[in-house]
Design a protein around this ligand. Structure first.
Ligand code: S3P
Length: 166
């Protein structure tokens, strides 16, 4: 089986689903955010603060290029689809699964997940976070080969559907 790439907004469950998919398929899992923290030697928040969002997107491009031929489960960062080159790369890659999540669900998950500091949404209101999400929807949709709704579902049922449809 080819690898699987997960895309979707912050709080859509890419990391959780990615880990479970790896367990079920026996493939390795890489989380791009975690990988970048290791490679950059700093947190994502620190990197954004020092070099800005554009530099971060370029780091994501480098990772995508490196992992293009790897048969493994990849959990991407929620903003990877913003850069046109990244969308082009995603289209050449193994199945790209968009974890489609309603704002109500990702907002409550993001509220609970205070440990993972996400620079783009620090001190943003729910409305402001939705304003970040909405223009991204067409980019997620055009980059995906499979769209899986995830709101009100367990990671197990999401993984099962992905494996059935891929
Ligand atoms: C971002 C999402 C984050 C991380 C960074 C930027 C975004 O990843 O890459 O904070 O622009 O949506 P998660 O989607 O894993 O939270």
């Amino acid at each position: 089986m080819k690898g699987i790439i997960l895309i979707g907004f912050m709080g859509s469950g890419k990391t959780t689903v990615g880990k479970l998919l790896a367990e079920k398929t026996g493939m390795q899992h890489v989380d791009f955010d975690e990988q970048l923290v290791i490679e950059l030697g700093m947190t994502i928040q620190e990197y954004f603060g020092l070099y800005g969002e554009k530099a971060f997107r370029d780091q994501e491009t480098k990772l995508l290029k490196r992992y293009i031929d790897h048969e493994q489960i990849i959990s991407t960062g929620g903003g990877i689809v913003l850069k046109p080159e990244n969308r082009q790369l995603l289209k050449q890659l193994a199945p790209v699964v968009y974890l489609k999540t309603e704002p109500e669900t990702f907002l409550s998950r993001l509220k609970e997940d205070q440990e993972n500091v996400r620079p783009l949404i620090i001190s943003k209101t729910a409305e402001e976070i939705q304003e970040i999400f909405e223009p991204r929807i067409p980019f997620y949709e055009e980059s995906a080969s499979l769209i899986i709704p995830t709101s009100d579902r367990t990671p197990e049922s999401i993984v099962q559907e992905i494996l059935e449809k891929i």
